[in-house]
Design a protein around this ligand. Structure first.
Ligand SMILES: NC(=O)c1ccc[n+]([C@@H]2O[C@H](COP(=O)([O-])OP(=O)(O)OC[C@H]3O[C@@H](n4cnc5c(N)ncnc54)[C@H](O)[C@@H]3O)[C@@H](O)[C@H]2O)c1
Length: 334
């Protein structure tokens, strides 16, 4: 059988993760090339055995040998690149968020509906083994009806100040994963969003119009409530915890540790810190989402997480921003 040929756009932090994960499927997929040519990571890419670089994104999507494109470019380029690739008939794996602008996301949805190309959106956390188990516990009725979901999602350090203006801010860039997670676990419409936010770390974050601390409550159709707590600077590392409290019990996940050792002495019970950041903590989920993407292409099945999930998470992030700006709860039907 002919191997699938992939092209990758964007070779920064997450593009490199995807390249290495695609290479785990060398029996069925080969990476034909990377865009752009002029990147810091060029030598690294060549060391991975990929030697073809496209001068323009159009060269990539118009290459008849390419079956699928992975979009790991900066957020500002996602929408136009998804549209060009879809119109060229390529299957797509795209990083979140699709775009920061709702109209552009709607346009992307229209093009995807017209072109019918397979589209997988990188809400990777859904494929983390612990989170998959939480979802199974809910679906199997082990906690009864979920009533309260608590998501703690705190980064170890804020991104560089230069990243902030184009990132969309904490809600659209970071908490968007948590909004998707709350909806994924609850599987219900959200009827109200309330967020409150502050800046506790670098005051320049505030000067750029962003925040570094936020608590959001999402109220679901049946009255269940999600509480999402975000910070950009957890002193002890990347803090990722979930609790689902239901009518019959509780399930969730605690932080992973860099190793599973512990030390007990007269001063207390000590454990190592959590993994440094998302690349380490969610390594298994990035590998699994790529495996699923490849399987969807090989077996012609529909990805479970697509552009509609992206629009829903964006709408919740925009409502959270509005809630902070207007200091009130926002009624929604998302
Ligand atoms: N799912 C996740 O957990 C996760 C984690 C990190 C980043 N992301 C998303 O992935 C995207 C990339 O983030 P990152 O942290 O890897 O960024 P980054 O800044 O580390 O890397 C971006 C790369 O894109 C390249 N680039 C610049 N302009 C480009 C263009 N027009 N087309 C293609 N590539 C271009 C840059 O040279 C760089 O190599 C962002 O949208 C971000 O939100 C998702």
């Amino acid at each position: 059988m002919k191997k699938l040929q992939f092209g990758l756009s964007g070779m920064g932090r997450i593009g490199k993760v995807h390249l290495q994960n695609v290479q785990q499927h060398s029996a069925t997929v080969s990476i034909k090339g990377v865009y752009p040519a002029n990147i810091k990571a060029k030598k690294w890419v060549e060391e991975q055995g990929v030697n073809h670089f496209y001068e323009t994104f159009e060269d990539l999507v118009n290459d008849p040998e390419i079956d699928a494109v992975i979009i790991a470019s900066p957020t500002a380029f996602h929408a136009e690149q998804i549209i060009l690739a879809a119109q060229a008939g390529k299957a797509l794996f795209a990083e979140k968020p699709i775009d920061l602008d709702r109209e552009k996301v709607t346009k992307v949805l229209q093009v995807l509906q017209q072109t019918h190309v397979p589209f997988f959106l990188g809400f990777n956390r859904r494929f983390d083994p612990s989170i998959e188990q939480i979802k199974k516990n809910i679906l199997n009725g082990h906690v009864g009806t979920p009533e309260i979901i608590k998501i703690t999602s705190r980064d170890p350090a804020p991104p560089p100040l230069t990243y902030i203006p184009s990132s969309g801010g904490l809600f659209l860039d970071m908490a968007i994963h948590d909004f998707d997670m709350a909806c994924h676990l609850m599987d219900q419409k959200v009827t109200e969003v309330y967020s409150t936010a502050s800046v506790f770390g670098d005051p320049n974050i505030g000067k750029l119009g962003d925040i570094d601390t936020a608590v959001t409550t999402l109220t679901f159709e049946n009255g269940a409530i999600a509480v999402i707590d975000n910070s950009r600077h957890a002193a002890y590392g990347y803090d990722q915890r979930i609790e689902v409290f239901g009518s019959k019990g509780l399930c969730g996940m605690d932080n992973h540790r860099i190793n599973q050792s512990f030390l007990a002495n007269a001063k207390g019970m000590h454990q190592p810190v959590p993994p440094n950041f998302f690349i380490e903590r969610y390594a298994a989920s990035y590998a699994k989402e790529m495996t699923l993407f490849v399987e969807h292409l090989l077996h012609k099945t529909k990805p479970s997480v697509g552009a509609i999930a992206g629009l829903r998470a964006l709408d919740l992030a925009l409502a959270a921003q509005q809630s902070v700006a207007e200091k009130k709860a926002i009624t929604v039907s998302i």
